[in-house]
Design a protein around this ligand. Structure first.
Ligand code: AMP
Ligand code: MN
Ligand code: MN
Ligand code: MN
Length: 278
């Protein structure tokens, strides 16, 4: 069987619509042979995913997507091949989970100031045991007809600088990389072009990230254009980072993103899965 990797995806343990079992089953149906479950700041979905992976015959790469802060920017770091029980990682994400819980209260208060009530109860209910993310607030705003689509929820309320935006200090980038490394994992900078950084900031970031022990760059995502891939490929080569591919799948409702639906990696890059074996 030709290997097909998808190294970035979400389940109901954070802001995904599918349970770990449903997610892996869908991935298998799409021909994915190796999937990383990378929920935001939690490993809670991994136990179920590991069991299902065995049952249905798909390789699971245990992963996580950590929220980090670097020079006042929020950056997402995917950890691949982590031991979910590693102590530093475990303690680190506990803190991030507390930050998320507090932030959810503040976002709800800010929405109340805009005359929108009931957000907190609704997102608590929707997230259940899982992490509360801004996606949950976007869904709430949509369901309550405050906005017409998810993007409008970010543009009008939740996005950077908007009325319900809460400036948050996440984990230090260097710390997050260390947690992943100590958990035996590989740290990958997720969706590098989504941060809208200038080229000079991007170069500073990638040099810093490499220096801290970061090892990979997500070169292909579910929404990458050919130009995006070309750009990310150059960054990976220049900063000696292995290349990762991940759809960042959240929900079957998003027609633009599907598990395993990814452009091929350009030649001349080291695939991040080569590092899994060493
Ligand atoms: P959080 O980590 O709680 O800030 O939530 C971030 C999540 O919200 C991301 O992982 C995406 O799933 C979603 N998200 C962030 N920005 C946008 C946006 N502009 N439009 C739609 N979804 C977004
Ligand atoms: Mn998300
Ligand atoms: Mn992300
Ligand atoms: Mn993601």
């Amino acid at each position: 069987m030709t290997p097909k990797y998808d190294l970035h995806s979400h389940s109901t343990a954070s802001d995904g619509a599918l349970s770990p079992t449903e997610l892996l089953t869908r991935a298998k149906g799409q021909g994915v042979t190796s999937i990383a479950l990378t929920d935001h700041d939690t490993t809670a979905g991994l136990a179920e995913a590991m069991k299902t992976a065995e049952d249905i015959g798909i390789e699971l790469i245990p992963g996580i997507e950590l929220s980090t802060t670097w020079n006042k920017r929020c950056l997402h770091i995917v950890g691949l091949g982590i031991d979910p029980d590693a102590e530093k990682l475990h303690n680190g994400i506990k803190n991030l989970q507390n930050i998320r819980a507090e932030r959810a209260k503040t976002i709800s208060m800010k929405l109340e100031k805009k005359g929108i009530t009931g957000a907190y109860e609704a997102v608590m209910q929707a997230a259940g045991e899982g992490m509360i993310t801004r996606s949950h607030f976007a869904n709430f705003l949509l369901l309550e007809n405050h906005v017409e689509n998810g993007q409008e929820a970010f543009d009008r309320y939740l996005g950077d600088g908007k009325p319900a935006f809460v400036a948050t200090v996440w984990a230090e980038l260097s710390e997050a990389v260390q947690w992943i490394k100590e958990a035996g994992g590989i740290a990958v900078l997720a969706h590098p072009l989504r941060y809208r950084m200038t080229a000079s900031w991007m170069r500073r970031l990638l040099a810093d990230f490499r220096e801290m022990g970061g090892a990979g760059l997500e070169v292909v995502t579910g929404r990458s254009s050919d130009e995006d891939i070309r750009q990310s490929c150059l960054y990976a080569q220049k900063f000696d980072l292995a290349a990762s591919v991940g759809s960042d799948f959240h929900s079957p409702d998003n027609q633009w993103v599907e598990l395993g639906r990814l452009a091929p990696l350009p030649a001349g890059l080291q695939p991040v899965w080569d590092l899994f074996m060493t």
